[in-house]
Design a protein around this ligand. Structure first.
Ligand code: HEM
Length: 135
């Protein structure tokens, strides 16, 4: 039996992010957005995502980008649907669940749900959520 532990450090964050994007790349519903539309440079994108999640979970100050602006650009090319966000979230949540257990694991899932929900409201439904500026 595998005993799961919590997300404790950057190595754990890297394992989470690497495992998640391995699934994303091969996923029939959203993989093409990364592979064919955005043509993601993974050597650059993965370290950005380590910083992003490390900052969310451990408040390291390691990320100061603007995900809404980046996804706004991708949305204009890919036309995001609710199904895209649902699939992204399903993959992320199942990856966290498969690898980790604990407070930080719960926090990661919660933050993913709230950010994906804000993106869905903004891009799919065309509204600006309260507290967000238009861009
Ligand atoms: C439909 C779902 C989603 C798709 C298809 C998607 C796709 C992408 C793509 C193509 C990039 C650009 C990668 C690059 O070339 O640099 C990106 C960046 C990023 N995504 Fe997503 N994304 C989705 C949802 C999310 C969600 C829910 C989150 C947060 C929980 C997120 C967080 C990020 C972050 C932090 C970046 C990096 C932005 C930067 O460069 O600073 N994405 N995403």
């Amino acid at each position: 039996m595998i005993i799961k532990h919590d997300i404790e450090n950057r190595d754990d964050v890297q394992l989470l992010v690497d495992t998640f994007y391995d699934k994303v790349k091969q996923n029939e519903k959203i993989g093409y957005i990364f592979n064919d539309i955005a043509k993601v440079n993974w050597d650059k994108h993965l370290p950005v995502m380590y910083n992003f999640w490390e900052n969310i979970l451990f408040f390291t100050g390691s990320y100061n980008g603007n995900p809404m602006a980046v996804h706004g650009h991708i949305h204009r090319l890919a036309n995001f649907t609710a199904e895209h966000f649902d699939e992204w979230l399903r993959l992320f949540t199942s990856t966290v669940h498969e690898l980790f257990e604990g407070e930080k694991a719960e926090l990661a899932k919660q933050r993913a749900i709230s950010i994906a929900t804000v993106m869905k409201i903004k891009f799919v439904h065309g509204h600006t959520p309260i507290g967000m500026t238009k861009n």
